[in-house]
Design a protein around this ligand. Sequence first.
Ligand code: UDP
Ligand code: MG
Length: 318
Amino acid sequence: MRQKKITTVVSVYNEELSLKHFYEVTVQVLENLEWDYEMVFVNDGSSDRSIDILRSFANINSKVKVVNFSRNFGHEAAMIAGIDYATGDGIVCMDADLQHPPQCIPDIIKKFEEGYEVVAMVRTQNTDAGLIKRITSGAFYKVLNLMSPIKFENNSSDFFAMTQNVAEVLRRDYREKVRYLRGYVQSVGFKKTTLEFKAAKREAGESKYNIRKLLKFSINTLCSFSDLPLKLGVYSGCVVALCGFILMIYTIIEKLVHNAPAGYSTIIVALCFMFAVTLIVIGIIGEYIAILFAEVKNRPIYIVREVLNDNSKENDCK
Ligand code: UDP
Ligand code: MG
């Protein structure tokens, strides 16, 4: 019988401090498996020595494939590229900073052997995240679950695994320009299970996700997986119209009964309120138009400069 193969997909952006240790620890786990292995590293336009380090891995180990981007395209694009180039029967996506323990790979393979096709890894503990990040992340998943028809696991992470047939679906059907891979993994269906893991402290270097990036990511995700914000415009419009109507009746009664002069403050309050609602609704529509615009432009999700140790000739622009 043909020996099965597991592929690890790792996105790398300025990780010169943690790469060597990550490689050593992961290769040790992979060498001891019953499955064969392949490691796909995607260098996402790093400006440090990451690519030189990856080149040295590829030189000494033919099972290491390196996809080198022409510039920084972001973590999601890098994971998509890694999945595109992965040839294993099972594919594990993970970070390069050892926050996603490679020691979980044997358990993931066990799940594949039991017939599962998607394994979502759920964090039980995140030693690296501060209180604010934990609270906002929890709130984000609550809102997302409230608004989206798809159910998202709390504390889900970019540590997940899938079989080659699931990867094929992502390659073929999920080429959206504004992406949320974690969401796709939750929404593709197939036979799915979860495994728990403890997120360790970042090995070295610092997190590449700042507040601005996280906020943009959250808004994009909410808009890609739910059309409720668009519909909220209609509902809030109705509420404002109702308030306006009540205010109108009140003003007429005031005028008739007390012969009062038209209220200056009432007008100001009403105007402010209505402008605020209008601007919010326009803003929400803007977010959706931005996503549509990205789709219409149809620019590549990533551009590859070169691939090291490539055995399958792929198209370089996706
Ligand atoms: N990463 C990437 N491109 C980027 C930002 C990050 O490929 O533009 C990689 C990074 O090297 C790491 C993973 O994505 O392997 C997760 O990033 P990070 O650890 O900074 O995120 P955090 O774990 O803090 O959420
Ligand atoms: Mg990390």
